[in-house]
Design a protein around this ligand. Structure first.
Ligand SMILES: [Zn+2]
Length: 241
C-alpha cells in the first residue's frame, strides 16, 4: 500500500481542512452522518448527465470516538492535519480484499487492528477500512459514511474514496466476473458524478504512489500490487469520462 509533492498537496490539504471544519461546525454529528451516507452534499455541478445512485446496503463498521481519534492522529502524522473528517473526494481508489467473502471482509474492517504502511514501517491504528465493499455477486455495501476518513492506502486517505472488491488473487478475476465488475462501474459512475471525478482520477492501489495527490509526511509509500494500470484501463471502459 509513496514521493512528496509538497506544493500541490499543501493546497489540497487546505481545502480538506476547510471542508472538514465547516461540516463539523455546521451540522450536528448524527445528522451529518445520515446525510453523508447517501453521498453528497452538492458542492459542485458537472457538465455530465448525472449517473444514478446504485442500490447500496448500508452496513456500518463501528467507528466511534476512539477510532475517530486514532484516524485524526494518523492524519496529523501523515498529512499534517488532525482530523478524521473526509470529503469532498478527489479520487476513487480500487482495491481487492484478499478475502474469500463479504462477512470476513466486514469483520476485518470492524476489528480495527493496527496495520503497517510499506515493509519495515511500524504498525499503527486505526485499522483498515474502505467506504465501499463489493461482493462477488455484485452486492454493494457501504461500511463508513462519506464524511469520515477511512485508512485503505498510503498517501491518499485524505483524498480518495476506497472501494474493495471481494477477490483473493487478481483484479483480472473481477473484470471477468460480470456482476461484480458492473456493480463497481455503476458505483464509480455515481461517485464520479456526485463529486466531479474524472476518469483519470479513478485509479488502482498499485497506481497510488504516482497519483498527483499523493502525500505522506513520513515518507511511507504503497507496496501493494492490487489493480495494476492495465486492469484499471479495462475497468475504465465502463465509467464516465
Ligand atoms: Zn489495496
Amino acid at each position: 500500500m509513496p514521493d512528496l509533492k509538497l506544493t500541490r498537496a499543501t493546497s489540497t490539504l487546505s481545502a480538506t481542512v476547510l471542508f472538514g471544519a465547516s461540516l463539523a461546525a455546521a451540522v450536528p454529528s448524527q445528522a451529518a452522518e445520515v446525510a453523508s451516507i447517501g453521498g453528497g452534499v452538492a458542492f459542485s455541478s458537472t457538465q455530465r448527465t448525472p449517473a444514478p445512485r446504485p442500490a447500496i446496503i448500508y452496513d456500518p463498521i463501528p467507528y466511534g470516538a476512539k477510532r475517530k481519534a486514532q484516524m485524526a492522529a494518523y492524519s496529523k502524522r501523515h498529512y499534517g492535519v488532525r482530523s478524521h473528517a473526509f470529503g469532498p473526494p478527489k479520487q476513487v481508489l480500487l482495491h481487492f480484499t484478499v478475502t474469500r467473502n463479504y462477512p470476513s471482509t466486514w469483520r476485518w474492517m470492524a476489528a480495527n487492528s493496527a496495520s503497517p504502511g510499506n515493509v519495515g514501517t511500524k504498525k499503527e491504528k486505526p485499522g483498515a477500512c474502505t467506504h465501499f465493499v463489493i461482493g462477488k455477486n455484485g452486492t454493494i455495501y457501504q461500511l463508513a459514511p462519506l464524511n469520515l476518513m477511512c485508512r485503505h492506502v498510503v498517501g491518499l486517505n485524505h483524498q480518495a474514496v476506497g472501494i474493495e472488491f471481494v477477490e483473493m488473487k487478481s483484479s483480472q478475476n473481477i473484470l471477468n466476473r460480470t456482476r461484480q465488475r458492473v456493480a463497481g462501474q455503476n458505483l464509480v459512475r455515481w461517485l464520479q458524478s456526485e463529486y466531479a471525478i474524472s476518469k483519470a482520477n479513478v485509479i488502482g492501489h498499485a497506481m497510488a504512489n504516482s497519483s498527483p495527490y499523493f502525500f505522506d509526511r513520513l515518507g511511507w509509500y504503497n507496496d501493494h500490487a492490487d489493480w495494476p494500470t492495465r486492469h484499471v484501463k479495462a475497468f475504465r471502459q465502463g465509467i464516465l469520462e
